[in-house]
Design a protein around this ligand. Structure first.
Ligand SMILES: [Zn+2]
Length: 589
């Protein structure tokens, strides 16, 4: 964390900042509770710790500090969250410093390119409403876009000219900057150098592509030309310092609030689909812009939701794109459902022809990905021959293996066997195996902590020098006597805390699940545990483990007796006596 972030964190009160977003109620000496803004709930399970300055939700398990809260709720990156918190609290921002002149030049260039795109977008909008835009207006009206929609998405028109935009923008930036904007083209000359620039987009309808903050960073352009001269139906801006293909989710800036509210994102293929669905009131819609999902897009989306309903075009390209997206989204642990619209319609046409209600119903009726994939396997490999069944299964196996949850894999495998009519034991076994193993280990969900863990976590999180003895007792026990603690759910957190030094406890535990366990232990705490309590808990932990071993030995002794294996019996009995003695001495201490 930067010095500035550290300063901000020390000066703000997390309770005040969070109260700016949700209602909090005092619920204890240092606790506040309220309804969690990150999952739907009717009774509050969201808590804020005023002394330790962190939040935790017992419902969905999120927890963190003030920056993590603002980052999550505003969907911004860490530096952005620091800036927002500082501004809210009236802490002056440091002057932006760049580590190198190159960085400074880059930042200046980005600002200039944003200005150029803003100017171009405004100018395209003007052209749409001017005399040259008549044909474009007619086309848009034909696609069911009214004036409000055109304004909302800042749709414009690039007239049929090689220099109109260039003339318009040339006063704003030098030629090198204009070239870098991607708004212009240039032919290579005989000597290999680029020739003079001219307008890239001509006689096209212009759809601005916005970044997450709503700034125009590129365009998609649809031709109005027909016949040989038409060229590609759609062209996009080339990659520029502002715009990298596959790193932008179309419409995310407008959709993100609705995505959070609906708790899922509706993913469509085309920008027109997206605009059309959005304007009819379904606002949690985003588009990939006609390609399969990329890893960067998945990462961006993950910050907003982990539930996705995919509604790609019903054609083969759409089905392929859907499949690639499914693979990627499943790997990342998204919950997926898929919509196939009847009549072979794309979302735009469906919603215009059948209405919003019908489309909403189609979304509600979205199929689980397993059902969708099994259906697709049956379509691709129809027939009941063994060969077709094997092919269908080979198609499904990787999809099954990719699912993070064992339960879901089992269900998927069972459904596949049933619906594909697989009765061969060999094939069934293969399905079972696919369900059994996944490459990654399955994540441990936060569970209730045992009392011992609660005491240890609290002791290790002590920052008050008055209770240093408790902290040291816990830290020493954990660093010295690993095996006793290794079976505990919170062992990674205990380990991280035992060696945290002067670091803030919440910062020391990096793993999110583990941090949630720590938060759970710290919420509702009264006074830190005394050194006596800490040592007492360690003893009782040790006791429980020994008692477990004694129970096991009892069973083994009974078995040895039954077998008449007296050598083994003597060995086991001696071990049990030793354990009994150790246990007695523990309870005396
Ligand atoms: Zn929650």
């Amino acid at each position: 964390m930067s010095d500035f972030a550290q300063t901000v964190k020390q000066q703000v009160d997390i309770v005040k900042v969070i109260e700016g977003y949700i209602r909090l109620r005092k619920a204890g000496a240092a606790n506040y509770t309220g309804l969690c803004p990150f999952h739907k709930e009717k009774s509050p399970s969201f808590s804020v710790h005023a002394v330790r300055q962190f939040y935790h939700c017992f419902g969905c398990g999120v927890s963190g500090d003030v920056f993590s809260f603002v980052g999550k709720i505003e969907n911004v990156t860490f530096p952005e969250a620091v800036r927002i918190v500082a501004q809210k609290s009236g802490i002056p921002l440091p002057k932006r410093e760049f580590s190198s002149p190159e960085q400074a030049a880059e930042a200046r260039q980005r600002i200039k390119l944003l200005e150029l795109h803003e100017a171009a977008a405004g100018w395209f909008e003007e052209q749409l409403h001017g005399p040259e835009g008549a044909m474009a207006r007619e086309y848009l009206a034909g696609r069911g876009l009214d004036a409000r929609g055109v304004r909302e998405f800042r749709i414009g028109y690039a007239p049929d000219s090689f220099k109109a935009l260039r003339d318009r923008l040339s006063g704003m930036a030098d030629e090198a900057m204009l070239r870098a904007s991607g708004l212009f083209s240039a032919k290579e000359q005989g000597d290999g150098t680029p020739g003079p620039i001219y307008d890239r987009f001509r006689k096209r309808i212009m759809f601005p592509i916005r970044n997450e903050s709503g700034r125009v960073i590129a365009f998609t352009a649809r031709t109005l030309e027909t016949g040989d001269k038409a060229g590609a139906k759609y062209i996009n801006s080339p990659e520029t310092p502002l715009y990298t293909k596959g790193q932008v989710l179309f419409n995310l800036d407008k959709a993100k609030a609705a995505i959070r509210q609906a708790e899922f994102a509706l993913l469509v293929e085309g920008q027109m689909d997206c605009i059309s669905v959005f304007l009819r009131g379904i606002q949690n819609v985003i588009a990939t812009s006609g390609t399969a999902f990329t890893e960067q897009q998945v990462a961006i989306l993950k910050r907003h939701t982990s539930n996705v309903v995919v509604n790609f075009d019903p054609d083969a390209a759409g089905a392929n794109a859907a499949e690639k997206s499914i693979a990627l989204l499943t790997e990342e642990g998204f919950n997926l459902k898929l919509v196939t619209l009847d009549g072979g319609l794309d979302p735009d046409r469906y919603i215009r022809e059948r209405g919003v209600e019908a489309y909403m119903n189609a979304i509600r009726g979205a199929r689980r990905q397993a059902d969708y994939l099994i259906e697709r396997a049956r379509q691709m490999f129809p027939g009941a021959s063994a060969e077709q069944k094997v092919k269908a299964m080979n198609y499904l196996l990787p999809h099954i293996r990719r699912m993070p949850e064992k339960l879901a894999r089992d269900q998927f495998a069972a459904d596949a066997a049933q619906k594909l009519g697989i009765d061969s034991t060999v094939l069934r076994e293969e399905l079972r195996q696919a369900a059994l193993k996944r490459r990654d280990r399955v994540e441990v969900r936060p569970t209730a902590l045992t009392e011992v863990e609660r005491v240890l976590l609290r002791a290790l999180a002590i920052t008050d020098p008055e209770f240093e003895e408790s902290r040291r007792a816990a830290a020493e026990a954990i660093s010295r006597q690993h095996p006793w603690f290794e079976g505990l759910t919170s062992f990674p957190a205990l380990q991280a805390l035992a060696s945290r030094g002067a670091m803030d406890p919440m910062d020391a535990v990096k793993d999110e699940t583990q941090r949630a366990l720590l938060a759970e232990a710290l919420l509702g705490e009264t006074d830190p545990p005394s050194a006596e309590t800490v040592l007492g808990s360690i003893v009782s932990l040790q006791q429980r483990q020994m008692e477990g071993q004694v129970r096991l030995l009892r069973v083994q002794i009974a078995e040895a007796e039954h077998r008449g294996d007296f050598g083994e019996l003597a060995l086991l009995t001696r071990r049990k006596l030793e354990l009994d003695r150790a246990l007695r001495s523990l309870s005396v201490a």
